[in-house]
Design a protein. Structure first.
Length: 104
């Protein structure tokens, strides 16, 4: 983690402590905390080992009223870096019926 903190960054990071949700495999929703963000991605803290985080995921800060498609680019313990790809193509209403809430 030390190396990531010292490397040159393409974007300025903004510190945060904001709850978010991840839509993972099998339409399972996991809670997470965003620790910092840029226009390109986020650093998230998970309630499980980051190795279990899928390579592709959907992230939302507002209970999936809006969301982002992301790709996991690094994992360490229960923390991961996610780079944004595209906004979600479907409306939240069409997705809500498919979601299953999982609480830690």
């Amino acid at each position: 983690m030390e190396d990531r903190q010292n490397e040159d960054r393409r974007s300025k990071r903004t510190r945060a402590y904001h709850p978010a949700k991840i839509l993972g495999r099998d339409a399972t929703i996991h809670q997470c905390i965003i620790h910092n963000f840029t226009s390109l991605g986020v650093c998230i803290e998970l309630t499980f080992e980051a190795e279990l985080l899928p390579d592709k995921l959907e992230l939302s800060l507002d209970n999936f009223r809006t969301g982002y498609v992301g790709r996991t680019i690094w994992r360490e313990d229960n923390v991961a870096g996610v780079v944004f790809e595209l906004p979600l193509p479907e409306s939240p209403e069409s997705r809500r019926a498919k979601l299953k809430i999982v609480r830690p």
